[in-house]
Design a protein around this ligand. Structure first.
Ligand code: NAD
Length: 334
């Protein structure tokens, strides 16, 4: 069976996902939700989408009565995800939502609750959780190749361009680099270390308050602590190009990924030598695996569900709190 997906928000990442889905075996673009009629016409041609599977932001609740659509993939600005997810769930369709799932943990939890109540699945677009190099390193960590894990470094950033884009508007972005790219270091810390953090300290640096307004973080360094004694040292920024590195060290050796989360190819190594497993388009693999989760009930070992997304949101809430207070903040992910 194939997962029949409608994409909501036809921007740059939606185009990447839709193109990648052409090669998917279990997932297909069958519908669109957009506020721009010209984009709808273009997508109808590119993906052979019938008129009855096209919606706008006012009328998409009617998707409830559309038997041709199994799931809606929300790929809109961050602050819109919460309300859109609640409406899709109420329409009885499964939700795939881009990261960050929401702009805080409270909203994220409401999304989880709404999907549970509606009896639909909620998955977050964490494509790295299906990536071969990443999964191989996790496997080797579990096999004890690196000994007892002691340290992780996650550096995630890019240099943001156009000052007028929604990513720099706190109302639509819900924050700055942390919401957008820093979340990769957070999510990566959790799957690379294999444990949940219990405290955080954080420091914020802003060199351009004109571009990075109140509520939009430019650069934040943060440290996460774990029950076992592991420490993680991370950086999130909108001001450094080509910053994408994960480094894990234990009592016996190391693993590194650089680039760690870019669209690929991911490059990887351990203390024993280079890995560099072959590249597959992340979004193709992700959509095939998500189809298995939704249609076959097969959740992967490293989860991508809404509950897992809420953990990242709780950590982001704590990072912002720690950066503001200058003190160590506890994190409770249970
Ligand atoms: P984008 O600006 O290219 O696209 C956003 C789309 O949302 C546009 O088509 C825009 O028209 C539409 N939109 C609907 N309502 C809007 C409103 N009120 N204001 C502004 N735009 C509105 O952005 P993008 O890069 O495609 O990012 C969209 C989402 O996808 C974000 O949550 C982002 O974090 C996520 N994303 C994830 C990845 C990944 O690798 N997983 C990569 C890029 C983006």
């Amino acid at each position: 069976k194939t997962l029949r997906v409608a994409l909501m928000g036809l921007g740059s990442y939606a185009n990447r996902v839709a193109d990648a889905m052409k090669d998917a075996k279990r997932a297909k673009v069958v519908g669109v939700i957009s506020g721009t009629p010209a984009k709808i016409t273009d997508w109808q041609k590119r993906f052979s989408i019938p008129d009855k599977n096209c919606y706008n932001y006012e009328n998409f609740d009617a998707i409830k009565d559309n038997g041709d659509i199994d799931a809606v993939y929300i790929i809109t600005p961050n602050a819109l995800h919460h309300e859109q997810c609640l409406r899709v769930a109420a329409a009885g369709k499964h939700v795939i939502c881009e990261k960050p799932m929401a702009i805080n943990a409270k909203e994220g939890q409401e999304m989880v609750d709404a999907c549970e109540k509606a009896g639909v699945k909620l998955l977050i677009g964490y494509r790295m959780r299906f990536e071969a190099n990443t999964l191989e390193i996790i496997k080797r960590r579990e096999a004890g190749d690196f000994g007892d894990i002691k340290f992780f470094q996650g550096l995630s950033g890019f240099k943001i361009g156009d000052p007028n884009q929604w990513r720099l508007d706190p109302k639509l972005a819900g924050g700055g680099a942390m919401m957008d790219i820093g979340i990769y270091a957070i999510n990566g810390t959790r799957y690379m270390v294999g444990e949940e953090p219990i405290w955080v300290t954080a420091q914020e640096v802003k060199t351009d308050p004109e571009k990075f307004k109140e509520g939009v973080d430019e650069t934040i360094t943060f440290q996460l602590g774990f029950e076992s004694g592991v420490v993680a040292s991370c950086l999130s920024t909108y001001s450094m190009g080509n910053l994408d590195r994960f480094f894990l060290n234990g009592t016996e050796g190391f693993a590194e990924l650089q680039p760690a989360t870019g669209y690929g190819p991911i490059r990887s190594a351990t203390h024993k030598g280079r890995l560099d497993l072959p590249h597959e388009t992340h979004q193709t693999t992700q959509m095939d695996e998500m189809a298995k989760i939704i249609l076959d009930g097969k959740m992967p070992k490293v989860p991508v569900d809404g509950k897992d997304g809420v953990k990242d949101m709780k950590i982001i809430d704590a990072i912002y709190k720690a950066a503001a207070s200058g003190t160590r903040e506890e994190i409770n992910l249970s």
